[in-house]
Ligand binder design. Structure first.
Ligand code: SF4
Length: 319
């Protein structure tokens, strides 16, 4: 997906990337196959998203799984607007100064969840460094609205890092989502270039704090491969996540959204993903998803059921 120019606004979608050198986009290997959209259920999902005035990360991130997910009504809502205050080198979400929060959004999200009939929903957001609480209260209101409108739906949140937002994490964790996900995205050695606005140990500590606040809450985190990381660094990230008592790790292939985004280093083979999966299980995670097309929210509902069952069966170990 080439999205450097936002045609509806006639201004760059990623102003900070306009003067970056061009990095040719590598041809995708045969194992990166995506299902086309357009089925009746896909169209119905899109209509509900539009009618409720919602933004989805599926569209904004140019996710390769959208055809499959939306054909099962699995849309991942991205709250607090479509513009992010960070400028991560890998991300396709628009960067800039966001508009004010929509006070109707929590109700609109809840209404969409009900109409879609979701057993499990994933709610994510842009980074809102411009807000005093980083958007924590909006997460809390959205969780409450879904609980009221669709009480049987389990809720997974994928949050920003709430860096320098004292008390924000605590507020969101106390709203008791079923799964608290925060992605590390990459190994520490890549942070300065891939995720320059974030801090590895802050993100790790955030996940650990969720468990300290509510040990019953499931925690989840993910990384992308193909950003130039070394194998031993990936294994170290697994150990770090287990040290923070994280339950579920997702590992997927980085796909370069445009020629101005961070260059893809290589396509990791399905066999390598499988090998990482095996190692992750041995390290004690209660749930592992590792494949080229793994994304945080891909198959999130099915994986949540497995995660819950595995915990009940004491699969995975406390360290
Ligand atoms: S994997 Fe997640 S972001 Fe991608 S289409 Fe599916 S629900 Fe949306």
């Amino acid at each position: 997906m080439v999205t450097l120019l936002d045609k509806t606004r006639q201004k760059p979608r990623h102003p900070e990337k306009v003067n970056r050198p061009e990095n040719p986009i590598l041809k995708k290997p045969s194992w990166i196959r995506v299902k086309a959209g357009g089925s009746p259920v896909y169209e119905k999902t899109r209509k509900i998203v539009r009618d409720n005035n919602l933004v989805t990360v599926c569209e904004e991130a140019g996710c390769p799984n959208i055809g499959e997910c939306w054909s099962k009504k699995h849309a991942t809502m991205m709250i607090m607007g479509d513009t992010c205050t960070r400028a991560c080198a890998f991300c396709n979400v628009r960067t800039g100064i966001p508009g004010p929060l929509d006070p109707q959004e929590p109700a609109n999200v809840a209404d969409a969840v009900k109409k879609l009939g979701l057993n499990h929903v994933v709610i994510t957001s842009v980074d809102r460094d411009d807000l005093d609480d980083g958007g924590a209260n909006h997460f809390v209101e959205t969780i409450a609205a879904i609980r009221q409108e669709a009480p049987n739906t389990t809720i997974e949140i994928l949050t920003p890092d709430f860096l320098r937002k004292a008390g924000a994490l605590e507020r969101v964790a106390l709203a008791k989502p079923d799964v608290f996900n925060h992605n590390l995205e990459t190994v520490p050695s890549r942070y300065l270039t891939v995720r320059p606005g974030a801090r590895y140990f802050h993100s790790l500590r955030l996940l650990q704090q969720v468990k300290e606040i509510d040990p019953s809450q499931f925690t989840k985190s993910g990384i992308m491969l193909g950003l130039g990381e070394e194998r031993n660094e990936v294994l170290q990230v697994m150990d770090d996540l287990r040290s923070a008592n994280v339950d579920f790790i997702t590992i997927g292939q980085y796909l370069q959204p445009s020629s101005r985004h961070y260059p893809i280093d290589r396509f990791v083979t399905p066999e390598e993903f499988k090998a990482y999966e095996t190692i992750a299980w041995t390290k004690g995670f209660s749930m592992v998803s590792s494949s080229p097309l793994t994304r945080s929210s891909h198959h999130a509902g099915e994986d949540f059921e497995k995660l819950r069952a595995n915990r009940n069966n004491n699969l995975g170990q406390d360290i």
